[in-house]
Design a protein around this ligand. Structure first.
Ligand code: AVJ
Length: 322
């Protein structure tokens, strides 16, 4: 039988996701698409902003507690250190340097979606930390985790830093942690950095910096759609609008249309109309506390076996076992 309501066929997952996000109500786009070349650069700048405390706090925690962390990671037969979303590795290098200096028997397996980022990281490690054994893996976390489930030569330590878990909804976070858990054996560890609930103004400022870098980061998604899907968004016709709900611990970012407007997305054969002040939800950055992290862990079949935080409890790194 012929089907004349056949859904449009999309070239890429990106195209399909953008189509669906802009044809549902309320409109939504996924923050995972922030990270094109320009987005990577803007995120690097965000990490150096005075308002964006997350990176500095986690850096301080790893530096201060590196001995204790190292003691938890190591084992008689050594260990494999797998980092999901390794990025520039600036924070991880604190640990890696410590491991090499103390002649630990370990291998570093950075995983990232970006080949470019991985090449740069591998190159910088070979010069900055000579002697380190690096095995880069390009791909999506999900796929790599599935592959890793079968990869077991000795103790595995999985790193997930930077509060990247915050971009996931509660349900997605549980599913993600379940995946992690099912790729772990009883001697393996999972080490995750999690931004904590705090003064709502401090959280809001982190996503609303005075120099407008975060606004540019959010709006860059529209520029990416313009380039990759032949669209004509005017980024200046949208406001960057972050909010923080202290009850849920959820920072959300929106792009808000400042006027009634129509946008053509040629590659999708789509015309999108915006009412004046209509929003596009682009990101969540969930904040947690010990209770909500314990709940997540329990749902995923993990157990918290330790944690490290800064003096203000702005940020916390948790160690989990199965
Ligand atoms: C990389 C997901 C941890 O949510 O804090 C920074 C991304 N977005 N500023 C975060 C981000 C806006 C960041 N994570």
């Amino acid at each position: 039988m012929m089907n004349d309501t056949k859904p449009p066929q999309f070239e890429t997952q990106f195209a399909a996701d953008i189509f669906h996000g802009l044809t549902t109500y309320p409109k939504t786009l996924s923050s995972k698409y922030f990270y094109d070349k320009k987005g990577d650069e803007l995120f690097q700048q965000i990490m150096d902003l005075p308002e964006y405390y997350l990176t500095g706090k986690e850096y301080g925690i790893l530096e201060k507690h590196r001995e204790e962390i190292a003691a938890a990671f190591t084992s008689a037969e050594g260990f494999d250190l797998i980092e999901l979303g390794a990025g520039d590795g600036k924070k991880t290098k604190i640990l890696l340097r410590h491991f090499v200096e103390n002649e630990f028997n370990f291998k570093y397996l950075p995983v990232d979606i970006s080949k470019n980022v991985l090449d740069q990281l591998t190159k910088s490690l070979r010069t900055e930390i000579p002697g380190i054994e690096v095995v880069p893996k390009q791909g999506m976390y999900k796929k790599v985790l599935e592959d890793l489930a079968g990869y077991q030569t000795r103790k595995k330590v999985i790193l997930f830093l930077g509060s990247n878990i915050g971009n996931l909804s509660q349900e997605e976070a549980v599913n993600f942690l379940k995946k992690i858990s099912s790729s772990m054996s009883s001697e393996d560890l999972f080490f995750m950095g999690v931004d904590q609930k705090k003064d709502p103004q401090t959280v809001l400022d982190a996503y609303n910096d005075s120099r407008g870098v975060t606004a540019a980061f959010n709006k860059n998604l529209l520029t990416r759609i313009n380039r990759e899907l032949q669209a004509n968004f005017d980024p200046d016709a949208f406001l960057h609008w972050p909010v923080y709900d202290p009850e849920a611990g959820t920072a959300k970012s929106f792009l808000v249309s400042t006027k009634e407007q129509t946008v053509q997305i040629n590659s999708l054969n789509l015309e999108v109309t915006f009412r004046e002040w209509e929003s596009i939800h682009t990101e969540i950055s969930q904040k947690y506390d010990d209770t909500s992290v314990a709940w997540l862990a329990k749902e995923a079949g993990l157990e918290i076996s330790g944690s490290f935080s800064d003096e203000q409890n702005y940020f916390k790194n948790y160690l989990f076992k199965r």
